[in-house]
Every structure is written in structure tokens, then in C-alpha cells.
Design a protein around this ligand. Structure first.
Ligand code: ATP
Ligand code: ZN
Length: 503
């Protein structure tokens, strides 16, 4: 089964702008590199989208029987405030200055928060999670390779990639479809620009100014590596010069991923990856949600409902479900209503799962075929077909909902269990569990259990209100405090209404 499905997987390769059959370089092994976060702020919904997209890819490849090495970096140095001009402070150093902490304290704090957020969303941890600061020696080595090949130059302790030289023998811009000549370079007038042979040349190494805290010795100056360089260094170190899949957000296609391609070709004469996958953005009022734009909703705000745009807190699984409802190459515009709709869908699946797991298999037709089999098996087949079609989770969900309806129909005897063979039921059960839990990575949480916890809390709130009316404050406080101990917070507003959040 898995072997057969392996050969059907097609993915959209941003490099060729076509859906292509997935053929790993060295099956059954697959190498996948994904650009990770720059850890200087709270993880937000945009980060969740990137992490969930590639978590689904990781899980599905594993489901197909591949042995996947998934590498996702942590950028802890070299990402400057102005990406285009490569000027300004290091994003992490700036945060450290503002909060009066060590840069590595910032890195530690936000790496932990990122992990917590992604763990809550049930994203599997990557196989390797390398940091840029842990690979300075390798980055210097890579710059030396590019210099030896005559594709970089040094000026005043800075080393730049020589794009004009590179373009004598290579295309630049294939991935993003950008033509350099058409690009306005906003960088012409900025400081340090006169050093570059061409305005689009990007830094491989930068000399640290006296105030720059994060610095390392190198053959050129005491300084730090360019942002694009870390990904080329770490991806190829752990996955080989050319690996299977390179992923990241669409916002990174240019210049970050173009630079990665140029660096790999410049150093080793080969492309870094066969397939480039890009997830689209989470937007808010149409604009990309990002740390630097300040228009983000953090995961913790989402889970607790602590944001003006949110009516209440949402379970991490609802957030995960929201992402699954769209194809990873479409935009998702954030709204409270979209989350409410996702919550309904998620509960529907979890209810069907409860029904499925409580069914008595003894009632199914033992042999031969049932008249209800064909439709069930067709939806099971479609689950694979839609995932094989560039991970179309939105379509796969449609089939899972069809299967959920079948499960409910069997339960309510609208579809007679006599009409379903045990074999078809077993396929349904396995497909449903495989896709919902293993591939989509959903898990049953309290909010999936038909809101039973919520009902119980509401009941306790009512008992508490009655206790208060009879001035039995001991009982009222006990209810509030004991709920608090198990992570349920009650909040009394001025009008006497009590609301709650469950963590
Ligand atoms: N709004 C978003 N939608 C989808 N993916 C996103 C979004 N924002 C960031 N990402 C992805 O998350 C990963 C980590 O990005 P990064 O830490 O640079 O986040 P950021 O919020 O965009 O930061 P900055 O504002 O500093 O650019 C990248 O793969 C990036 O493409
Ligand atoms: Zn990267």
C-alpha cells in the first residue's frame, strides 16, 4: 500500500512552477530542510502555519514509508533589521538591548516559547535543529569555498557575493521569477553601499561595528555571518550538497532562497535542493502577519483568548484544523469567525472518532461485499489521492467528513451495518485514524469532546453563583480556587457575568 502510494506523490516545485512526481535522490531516505524562526519574539500564527505545513509533509512522507531527516534551523545571529539593505541592528541584539538581557538569553527564552507553541500544536520536533551561532566555523569554510571559486570579494573586512560574476554563467532569480534589472534597489544610498560592486550583492560576512555584541574572529575581520549563509551551511552539512526538499514561507523566496541557490552553486557547483516548497502567508486585514510589522497574534493570545479580535480562547487543535482547511499554497486571512468554523469542523471529526472507536465490529457483514462498501472505499482512496496531489489537506478533509458522515449513519442505523463488510469497515477505521491522527496530527482534547468540560464548568459557575446568593463565600471561593488549580480561570465582570478560560 505505502509503496504504491509513494510512487503517486506529486508536489508543486516552486523552482519549475509545476507539479512534479516526487522521486527522492536516495530512497527510502528523504532529506528535508526548512527555514526556521529568528528567535527574538513570541511565536505567532504565521510561524504556526509554516511549522504545521512542513509537519504535515514530514508526517505524510513517514506514512508513505520514507525515512525522513528533517532539519529546521534556529536563526540566532546575523538576521539584520533591514533585510533588503542588510543594514541596521541584529534583530536579536536589538531585543537584548531593549530588554537589557544577553542576546543568548533572548535566544533561549524565545526558542523555548517557540518549542512550547509548536508542541502544543502537536508539530513533531525536527530530526536536527541547528543554530547559526553553533556553525560559525562551517560558515567561514563555505565563504572560503566561494572565494576560491572567484565568486566573492572582500572589502574592508566584509565579504560579498559577486552576483555579476555569478550571472556570467548562472541564472539568478529563477525561483522567484525576479529580474534583477527590474528591481529597484532601495539600497543604493545606504551606508556601506559604495563597497559593493553591484547593489544586489549580498553579504557573506560582515565586519562588526564596535557596538555590535555578537562577533567572531574570521580571516577577514571580527564579525558575523550573513543571514542567507547559515541555511546553505547547515542544510548541506546535514543533508548533503543536494538534498530532496527545501521548504519555507513564500516571503523567503526572494532574496533568501535565491541567495541559497547562488551560494550552493557558487561553492559546489550544484543546486541545494531538488524540490522547493513554499507555504503561503497568514494575513491579517490582507497584510502579512509578522513580528516586525507588529500586526501579529501570538499563539499564547490565541489559546487564552487575550486579544481584541478574539471572542474567546481556542484550543491548539482548532488552530491546527484551521490551517488544514486551506491548501498550504493559499493565503489564510485570520478572523475569529474562521476559528469558530474550524472549531465546529474539528469537533465533528472528534465526535465521529468517538463513535468509531465505540463500535462493535461484530455487527458487520463478515464476508462478501456490502452494498455500502463502494462509497466508503472510494472516500478512503480519495484521502490518499488528494494528499498525493501536492498535500491537498483541504480536499482530504472533505473526504474525512464524508467518512465521518458514514460513521454517524452506521451509528444511527441509517446505513445498516449489515450493508457494510467487515473488510470495508476495517479500511474505513484505519484510514480515518491514519489521516486524522497520524498524518494530520490532530489529537483529541477537551474541546473536541463535544464541549463536555465546558458544560461542566458552566454547571460549576451556576452552583457558585447560587452559593454567592446565599452568601456562602467559602463554597464560592473554593470552586474558583480549585478550578484555578487545574488550569481553569474564572473571571467575573462588572455586570455579574462569569466567563472562563481553560488552559
Ligand atoms: N504570516 C506568516 N504566514 C506564514 N508563514 C510565516 C508568516 N510569518 C513568518 N512565517 C514563516 O515563519 C518562519 C519563521 O519566520 P521569521 O522568524 O522570520 O518570522 P517573521 O515574523 O516574519 O519575522 P520578521 O518580522 O522578523 O521577518 C519562516 O519560514 C517564515 O516564512
Ligand atoms: Zn533559510
Amino acid at each position: 500500500m505505502q509503496q504504491a502510494e509513494q510512487s503517486k506523490l506529486h508536489l508543486y516545485n516552486s523552482l519549475t512552477r509545476k507539479k512534479e512526481k516526487f522521486e527522492p535522490i536516495n530512497a527510502p531516505f528523504v532529506g528535508m530542510y526548512v527555514c526556521g524562526p529568528t528567535v527574538y519574539g513570541e511565536p505567532h500564527l504565521g510561524h504556526a502555519r509554516a511549522a504545521i505545513t512542513f509537519d504535515i509533509v514530514f508526517r505524510y512522507l513517514k506514512h508513505l514509508g520514507y525515512k525522513v531527516r528533517y532539519v529546521r534551523n534556529i536563526t540566532d545571529v546575523g538576521h539584520l533589521e533591514d533585510e533588503e539593505t542588510e543594514q541596521g541592528e541584529d534583530k536579536i541584539a536589538k531585543k537584548a538591548r531593549i530588554e537589557q538581557l544577553e542576546p543568548m538569553e533572548i535566544v533561549q527564552t524565545y526558542t523555548i516559547r517557540y518549542h512550547r507553541g509548536m508542541d502544543a500544536l502537536n508539530c513533531l520536533r525536527p530530526s536536527i535543529e541547528p543554530t547559526a551561532s553553533g556553525h560559525i566555523i562551517e560558515q567561514i569554510g563555505l565563504i572560503e569555498e566561494i572565494l576560491e571559486n572567484g565568486l566573492a570579494y572582500e572589502v574592508n573586512g566584509n565579504v560579498y557575493f559577486d552576483l555579476e560574476k555569478y550571472r556570467e554563467t548562472n541564472d539568478y532569480g529563477t525561483l522567484s521569477g525576479k529580474v534583477l534589472e527590474d528591481l529597484q534597489s532601495g539600497s543604493r544610498d545606504t551606508e556601506g553601499m559604495e563597497e559593493k560592486k553591484s547593489p544586489h550583492d549580498f553579504a557573506l560576512w560582515k565586519k562588526a561595528s564596535p557596538s555590535h555584541i555578537m562577533r567572531w574572529p574570521s580571516p577577514w575581520s571580527e564579525g558575523f555571518p550573513g543571514w542567507h549563509l547559515e541555511c546553505t551551511t547547515m542544510s548541506t552539512k546535514y543533508l548533503g550538497d543536494t538534498f530532496d526538499i527545501h521548504g519555507g514561507g513564500l516571503d523567503l523566496q526572494f532574496p533568501h532562497h535565491e541567495a541559497e541557490i547562488a551560494q550552493s552553486r557558487g561553492a559546489r557547483g550544484c543546486d541545494p535542493a531538488r524540490y522547493w516548497l513554499h507555504n503561503n502567508m497568514v494575513t491579517i486585514d490582507g497584510a502579512k502577519m509578522s513580528k516586525s510589522a507588529g500586526n501579529f497574534i501570538t499563539l499564547s493570545q490565541l489559546f487564552k483568548g487575550e486579544h481584541d479580535l478574539l471572542e474567546k480562547g481556542f484550543d491548539p487543535m482548532v488552530v491546527r484544523f484551521l490551517m488544514l482547511q486551506s491548501h498550504y499554497r493559499s493565503k489564510i486571512d485570520f478572523s475569529n469567525d474562521a476559528l469558530l468554523a474550524a472549531e465546529k469542523g474539528y469537533k465533528r471529526l472528534m465526535n465521529a472518532s468517538d463513535v468509531l472507536h465505540s463500535m462493535d465490529t461484530g455487527t458487520f457483514k463478515k464476508e462478501g461485499e456490502g452494498s455500502g462498501d463502494t462509497e466508503i472505499l472510494e472516500q478512503c482512496r480519495l484521502c490518499h489521492e488528494t494528499m498525493n496531489d501536492d498535500f491537498n489537506t483541504a480536499q482530504t478533509l472533505a473526504s474525512l467528513f464524508e467518512l465521518a458522515s458514514k460513521i454517524n449513519a452506521i451509528q444511527h442505523a441509517q446505513l445498516d451495518a449489515d450493508n457494510v463488510s467487515l473488510q470495508a469497515f476495517t479500511t474505513l477505521s484505519k484510514t480515518f485514524d491514519d489521516f486524522v491522527f497520524d498524518i494530520f496530527g490532530l489529537k483529541e482534547t477537551d474541546s473536541g469532546k463535544n464541549g463536555k468540560t465546558e458544560e461542566l464548568v458552566k454547571l460549576l459557575i451556576q452552583i457558585r453563583a447560587e452559593a454567592r446568593e446565599r452568601k456562602d463565600f467559602a463554597t464560592s471561593d473554593k470552586i474558583r480556587d480549585d478550578l484555578q488549580k487545574i488550569g481553569i480561570q474564572l473571571k467575573d465582570d462588572k455586570s455579574g457575568e462569569t466567563t472562563f478560560t481553560i488552559n
